[in-house]
Design a protein around this ligand. Structure first.
Ligand code: SF4
Length: 210
């Protein structure tokens, strides 16, 4: 059945993008509010969150790549955090490299500022299980598409991991397999930032999953 809405509606991709942009505005404004008392910018707050997730710290290059900023910008942000006593700089594994990690004050601030997107988690939790799984699956595809075009830094997604084995089990509740931990899993378990992720050599696992 055709309906007048087919002609008067903006394409769905545009309306969905408008929704994402609105959420992005709110996230940015909340990020500022969450970080302002400590005088930490959203980029610096993001860096604190990355360091909190990284066992043993990160190199400056890794932080720049994960933040999607240039090395000088990452260096400025890290110097500011170090001057506030939030980040420790130590010699890295390679000559002239620097390893960055959180000080106890940095850990405490990362924990506090890391809680600011909870309002969005609350909203996502209003979706039922199937809707949450579909949202996660859609987000994985969006992030991966932006990654391919260079619009987002490399992310540690299951679907681009060398250990990912999509759709190898007959059980619909857990059709995929992680060869690292040797365990089955489902779309609802897909990770966006796995610490054990190793980039796959090609897109074959992603294509089989998609
Ligand atoms: S190692 Fe991590 S990213 Fe890779 S498949 Fe297993 S859970 Fe996913």
């Amino acid at each position: 059945m055709t309906t007048i809405f087919e002609t008067i509606s903006e394409p769905i991709a545009r309306r969905a993008t408008a929704g994402l942009v609105r959420i992005g505005h709110v996230l940015r404004s909340r990020a500022w509010k969450g970080a302002t008392p400590e005088g930490v910018t959203p980029t610096q707050g993001h860096a604190l969150g990355l360091l909190r997730e990284a066992e043993g710290g990160l190199s400056l290059g890794a932080i720049a790549a994960l933040l999607g900023v240039s090395a000088p910008t990452a260096s400025d942000a890290m110097s500011t955090l170090a001057s506030k006593g939030l980040v420790d700089k130590a010699p890295g594994d390679r000559p002239r490299s620097i390893n960055l990690s959180l000080t106890p004050q940095g850990e405490a601030l990362a924990e506090r500022t890391g809680a600011w997107p909870d309002f969005l988690t609350d909203a996502v939790e209003t979706l039922n299980d199937a809707e949450q799984a579909a949202l996660l699956r859609g987000l994985v595809k969006l992030i991966r598409a932006m990654q391919v075009k260079g619009d987002i830094p490399l992310q540690k997604l299951c679907v681009t991991c060398r250990y990912f084995r999509p759709n190898v089990h007959p059980e619909p509740e857990a059709p995929h397999h992680c060869a690292l931990v040797d365990a089955p899993f489902a779309d609802r378990h897909l990770r966006l930032a796995c610490g054990e992720h190793q980039q796959a050599d090609d897109d074959s696992f992603y294509e089989q999953w998609r």
